[in-house]
Design a protein around this ligand. Structure first.
Ligand code: EPZ
Length: 421
């Protein structure tokens, strides 16, 4: 099992390029099931979750090839299977995205129910209810979602709370339904908007993407748009911005989309960070820190609010702020496992009922810690960058799911970090 060994106390300097967004590429890969023609994706990140989704599509019978770094070619015309087995789904809950497309394409599907994860239950009831409203016949047995439908039909779906996955999944399925599907209280995340753009290039009739109400007029078939570029990863970009500011360094982050980071940058500015953005908002330069990090109040909420996927990284930064911060998790109240690992590095954090109170300390000191989920791992690495002495972060496989070349990109910025097996 790989670990990172980090020697803290080195400011980050230089330039880092943001990779494509894992959370945009995963639904895009699943959407190819709707289009039985070759499609090439550009700017795909080389991360474990992408390889898992690629393997799932291959197991279904699709031809999936990594042409070169960032370039994948998928042809689902050869798919013959309609089962997504437990051993794949338990590794990556985004596997659920293949359920709707398989029902639409083949009239039936069996997809294992995803388990929970480190930060609590991750139900898929919105996904199932939406498909049922579109007249799919669905039952859950022996840990599998067993679905069948002649054809999905018109429906009006309303979520009681915003769900990225359910919005993306049901929008895909509705693209080939017979009639009109409306989704109220839809998610506004850029990863959902770019999926809508892809489906529209393929001939889908979708309106309202990026607003609370999505309207999808089903069509009879979709055609390959040829190739499609994955948007930059806003969470990876935010992670490097926090790392730069925490270490007091000077880092330029390129190939990002500033529009997707407004709330994160607003919070970083509130913490005292100064940065420059170039005119066409493709790069961001974090300037050297010349004062203490200011404490913050953070409340995570759906896009365009402060993203839950940046909460752990900000907690690592606030652990050494000059004052007390309060972090409320509005999405996953249990997403605080990293807090207990950070206290091993000397942080002063109290967690209770979805709220973390972070009292800034003068310095952190290195220690062995354990990652529990993708963003918690990143937070522990960031803390290791500023902790005095050596920090060893174990269970790095969590981090490899969603960060491409993380230790290489950090080392190129001057961090003393290396991977040991
Ligand atoms: C996506 O997960 C992301 N994953 C997560 O990022 C991210 O944390 C999350 O959105 C929130 O932004 C991918 O895109 C692959 P949700 P998803 O459905 O779609 C509840 C990372 O770090 N809910 O928006 O699973 C749910 O429990 C990962 O890259 C239901 O109750 O999240 C949560 O409280 C971690 N029933 C809320 O909705 C459902 O059927 C939002 O979840 C679905 C969701």
């Amino acid at each position: 099992m790989d670990k990172f060994v980090i020697e803290g106390g080195h400011k980050l300097r230089g330039t880092v390029r943001v990779s494509g967004a894992k959370n945009a590429a995963l639904p895009l890969f699943a959407a190819t099931i709707l289009i039985p023609e070759p499609i090439t994706f550009l700017n795909v990140p080389d991360v474990a979750d992408i390889r898992t989704m690629a393997q799932l599509l291959r197991d279904l019978g699709a031809k999936v090839h990594r042409i070169e770094k960032g370039v994948w070619r998928i042809d689902t015309s050869t798919i013959s299977e309609t089962v997504a087995p437990y051993d794949v789904v338990k590794r990556m809950r985004a596997s659920i995205y293949v359920l709707g497309p398989l029902i639409v394409r083949f009239g039936k599907a069996r997809v294992s129910l995803p388990g929970g994860c480190a930060f609590g239950p991750r139900p898929v009831d919105f996904h199932i209810r939406g498909l049922k409203l579109m007249q799919a016949d669905i039952k859950v047995e022996h840990g599998y979602i067993v679905a069948q439908a002649e054809r999905l039909r018109s429906a009006s779906i309303a979520f009681d709370k915003k769900s990225v996955g359910a919005t993306a999944h049901l929008m895909m399925a509705a693209s080939l339904a017979d009639g009109k599907v409306t989704i109220e209280n839809a998610a506004l995340e850029p990863e959902v908007v770019t999926l809508a753009e892809f489906l529209k290039l393929a001939g889908a009739k979708i309106s309202g993407e990026g607003t609370d109400e999505l309207v999808i007029e089903g069509v009879d078939a979709l055609k390959s748009p040829g190739e499609f570029e994955v948007i930059p990863d806003r969470i990876e970009a935010g992670t490097y911005a926090v790392a730069a500011y925490m270490t007091g360094g000077e880092v330029t982050i390129t190939d990002l989309c500033i529009e997707h980071l407004r709330t994160v940058l607003e919070k970083l500015r509130e913490a005292g960070s100064e940065f420059e953005m170039d005119k066409n908002s493709r790069s961001l330069s974090i300037l050297p820190r010349n004062s203490e990090i200011k404490p913050l109040d953070i409340f995570t909420s759906p896009f365009p609010g402060f993203p839950t996927d940046m909460q752990a990284q900000f907690m690592a930064m606030l652990a050494i702020a000059d004052g007390t911060s309060v972090i409320r998790e509005g999405i996953y109240p249990d997403r605080f496992k990293h807090a207990f690992e950070l206290t091993r590095l000397g942080a002063d954090i109290k967690v209770d009922d979805g709220i973390a109170v972070v009292k800034g300390v003068k310095e952190l000191t290195g220690a062995p810690v354990m990652a529990s989920d993708l963003r918690a791992s990143a937070a522990l690495v960031l803390a290791g960058l500023v902790a005095r002495g050596t920090t060893v972060v174990d269970r790095i496989y969590h981090l490899d799911r969603g960060y491409e070349d993380f230790e290489l990109k950090l080392a190129a910025l001057g961090a003393h970090i290396k991977r040991v097996s």
